[in-house]
Design a protein around this ligand. Sequence first.
Ligand code: DC
Length: 224
Amino acid sequence: MISVAIDGPAGAGKSTVAKLLSKKLGFLYFDTGALYRVLGYYFIKNKLDYKNPEVVKSNIKKIKISFKFVRNQQKMFLCDEDVTYKIRNGEVSMAASIISAIPETREFLLGIQRDIANKNNVVMDGRDIGTQVLPNADVKIFLTADVRVRAQRRLKQLRRRNPNVYYRDVLNMVEKRDKNDRERKISPLVPARDAIIFDTSRQSLNRTIFKLTRIVGKRINGKK
Ligand code: DC
């Protein structure tokens, strides 16, 4: 199976790029952040203190997380509840980021992610795909962009669902999440040594996709 790992901070464009790239390649697209988000949602929904690592550790294995693909869309479930859209808000993002710093959380999700890559040609995006989840991925891309550009992009996304979101708050949240994800002890957000680093701040989406499709295509063909 062929795997393409796309890592990077929030708002760098990972999911947009990964989706388009997977379509071009005919691969499955898997968003690993959604797994962490479902866990975050569980703790919020059950009013559990996810900032307390002991609470997280003692609950994590009870969580029944699953997903299915419906017309190429990755639907996320907590038990039987479809949480695909409920996990897309600022509160869940922060909870996911905090919970993701706990080793037991990462271990809990590792098998699920590897299993997908074992069974499918996949473009997988996240924070540690190239470094921890799929260290032997065929191609590794680390997408990055200036934090202000990333905050603007996130703002646009969030405003689709809630017009009362403000740039300052989003910037604050993105900076906080960056700090959490980069400074955690386990699987921090860093580019893999063999990752292609790609800055999307000044690139249009079309240009980004054009360049990355070429790079990925060359790498994959070079390995055949
Ligand atoms: O990609 P995202 O914004 O949906 O991810 C939400 C949080 O989940 C992110 O802030 C950190 C965590 N995460 C992670 O630690 N490792 C991954 N592979 C994906 C996400």
